[in-house]
Design a protein around this ligand. Sequence first.
Ligand SMILES: Nc1ncnc2c1ncn2[C@@H]1O[C@H](COP(=O)(O)OP(=O)(O)OP(=O)(O)O)[C@@H](O)[C@H]1O
Ligand SMILES: [Mg+2]
Length: 236
Amino acid sequence: MSLLEVEGTVAAYGSIRATHGVSFSVEENEIIALVGSNGAGKSSTLKAIMGLVRLAEGSIRIDGDSVSGERPYRVVRRGVAFSPEGRRVFAATSVLENLMAGAHILPRGRAHERLDQIFSYFPRLRERSHQLAGNLSGGEQQMLAIGRALMSRPRLLLLDEPSLGLAPVIVQRIGELICEIQASENLAVVLAEQNSNWALRLATRGLVLEVGRIRMQDSAGELLRSDYVRRAYLGM
Ligand SMILES: Nc1ncnc2c1ncn2[C@@H]1O[C@H](COP(=O)(O)OP(=O)(O)OP(=O)(O)O)[C@@H](O)[C@H]1O
Ligand SMILES: [Mg+2]
């Protein structure tokens, strides 16, 4: 049984179908890159898992139990956390409050312990804990978004475009942090990215999504070597 099983999912916005039968599974402790161009359906797939868009067809299971059509907080309780595209931090509240907002499923004492752990991964957030999130740099806001998602102690972390709009040196740092946190918490990570090269280098496996369907799935190494992926996604 896999940690996450996504089977034949169709994510829909009203009558608009954003994906057309997406199936894949995620095992414990692996990093999966979900790559594809604008509008391929990466975000819609992650949001369908979280219960943030309507699942018109298909099923989503965690440890074999269906969470299809469940509300987001119930999916979080099952051990899944989501860091949305564009970071979406609460700009007018402090770094600390942003992080605590990610901990609502933990008992209070546990939330403070967890906060300490998150600060150990992101020391910049500790230094800036009383500043408004909106005053952080783009890279710091991305760290905050990831830290907030991690507050719930997920087993599976869904990251939507964490590299978006950041300078290469910051992207590299965020990649190192993702790997470090993944290893120390035995996390499974799904990394939805347009930056295919970066994502596939961090990942063990990769999925290529095109117009709402999975076109290829393989080990990240194979995808990086594939002529098709090199031409279509790596600009080679
Ligand atoms: N709120 C929405 N209402 C209607 N259609 C939407 C909505 N959000 C996304 N879509 C459509 O769903 C399809 C998939 O979009 P999605 O945002 O999942 O792609 P993506 O792979 O995340 O793209 P990007 O790399 O640009 O973030 C697109 O055709 C898009 O227009
Ligand atoms: Mg997207």
